[in-house]
Design a protein around this ligand. Structure first.
Ligand code: NAP
Length: 427
């Protein structure tokens, strides 16, 4: 049976789990795939550090280019993260005729075109199942199994850290700050949590999903982004009373040939399947023309789950090396306009701190009316100094809603626009 040499760039959370999995399940992989995968070389920053992996110390190096160039390495597995030097190493692998497996969403969401051009130009595989949804099989089902389908919308909970924080806020009444501190203590959130809580990680994944679903290149910068730091305990409580849960959603839609891609906290009906995705779990809900609704659910992070996705990709690449054939390359063949957020239509929730006296509601309602934003429901919370008015609108143009909020901020009777959240009633 042929053995295919794997070059690991990185042996951290995911890389070490890949090395262990290739070793522990070697016979299962050989039985299923008809080949053996062996870690031939590993690059890390500190090769002297002891690591719990079944790979001899002589295979470690601090020089990732030496791994790419090593003749024993037939497939390069990039698990170091970040854009540089990952980008140049992946390109160097292609120059040497070596296929690549990566888990690096940041790299793909910002440089996908360049990498796919390089891979396709040489007829080489570039697999990235683990880049979105960690251990959830998602990229290959979308690209391959659904190649005959037209996807209209993808809605994902693609960041486990923020989902854990929002779950704790919803179910246990924690504030954002306390839920974040707990997530950091448990190792779910980084010391600098901005990539997660500000929505950068979810935006990169949203860009990748939109690119695949709609056959057009969407980069991270095309994705409108709002994080969860401004979601308050009051918002969560109001949402619950109205029958919603607040989730950070990555939403990619195709409408009239235009792509709308965005990441923001959303009030989702409690009966929606995504509302049941709790804690650090991820799920991606796909709406297709003919297949209807599909949902992919599982662990979106963690070394062991993510390693299963990486090893699945290594098996696919290995089979191509041994038996011929190649992966579906880049499918972003169309040029599509990215719709600006102001041109989207949504329902909105607004919480306003107001002066508690007669005529205030009429004055505020008139502002909504002037901008063509129709109010679905309104109620008052508290009295006197604590008076808040809470509105839910019908579907309205985001640009009109923004103009409404701007004008409300200038009203003497509005002390503060405390929150604006989107409401997803129709998905
Ligand atoms: P990690 O634990 O920080 O590991 C990174 C590894 O890369 C370490 O072994 C590090 O060496 C090595 N490395 C970094 N820069 C290097 C350089 N310039 N030269 C040589 N080696 C270098 O990261 P991770 O969590 O495994 O994530 C790896 C990739 O998987 C990222 O793209 C991430 O987004 C993606 N991913 C991660 C998860 C997850 O749950 N962790 C899930 C899905 C996708 P040292 O060990 O010596 O520091």
């Amino acid at each position: 049976m042929r053995t295919v040499g794997v070059g690991l760039l990185g042996c951290g959370t995911v890389g070490a789990a890949v090395a262990r999995l290739l070793h522990a399940h070697a016979d299962d992989i050989a039985m299923r795939a008809g080949l053996r995968l062996e870690v031939a070389r590993v690059a890390v920053r500190d090769p002297g550090r002891p690591r719990d992996v079944p790979v001899g110390p002589d295979r470690f190096t601090a020089d990732p280019m030496a791994v790419v160039a090593d003749p024993a390495v037939e497939v390069v597995c990039e698990l170091m993260g970040g854009v540089d030097p990952a980008r140049s190493l992946v390109l160097a692998a292609f120059e040497r005729g070596k296929p690549v497996v990566t888990a690096n969403k940041e790299l793909l969401a910002n440089h996908g075109r360049e990498l796919f051009d390089a891979a396709d130009g040489r007829g080489l595989d570039l697999y990235f199942e683990a880049a979105v949804g960690g251990g959830i099989p998602l990229i290959r089902p979308l690209k391959g199994s659904l190649a005959g389908e037209r996807v209209a919308r993808i809605i994902g909970i693609v960041n486990g850290t923020t989902n854990l924080i929002l779950t704790r806020m919803s179910e246990d009444g924690l504030s954002f700050a306390d839920a974040l501190a707990e997530a950091q203590r448990l190792g779910y959130a980084e010391a600098d949590p901005s990539a997660d809580v500000d929505g950068h990680d979810a935006a990169a994944k949203c860009a990748i999903l939109a690119s695949i679903a709609f056959n057009a290149r969407v980069v991270a910068g095309d994705v409108y982004r709002e994080g969860i730091a401004s979601v308050s305990a009051d918002d969560i409580a109001f949402a619950a009373r109205l029958g919603y849960v607040v989730k950070l959603l990555a939403i990619a839609e195709l409408e009239d040939g235009e792509i709308a891609a965005r990441v923001h906290p959303t009030m989702l009906p409690a009966a929606h399947p995504l509302a049941a995705v709790r804690g650090p779990f991820n799920a991606v809900f796909v709406q297709g023309e003919r297949a209807g609704e599909l949902m992919f659910y599982g662990r979106g992070a963690g070394g062991e789950p993510t390693a299963t996705a990486v090893v699945g990709d290594l098996v696919a690449v290995g089979r191509h090396l041994v038996h011929g054939g190649r992966a579906m390359g880049c499918t972003c063949r169309l040029e599509r306009r990215i719709r600006p957020i102001e041109a989207n239509h949504d329902q909105y929730y607004l919480a306003l701190e107001v002066v508690d006296r007669p005529g205030v509601l009429a004055e505020i309602a008139a502002v909504f009316g002037r901008h063509g934003v129709s109010i679905k429901s309104v109620w008052q919370e508290g009295t006197g100094e604590d008076a808040q008015l809470v509105f839910v609108t019908h579907r309205a143009l985001e640009g009109a809603l923004r103009a409404t909020v701007e004008e409300l901020r200038g009203l003497a009777v509005v002390e503060e626009v405390r929150s604006v959240l989107r409401v997803a009633d129709e998905w």
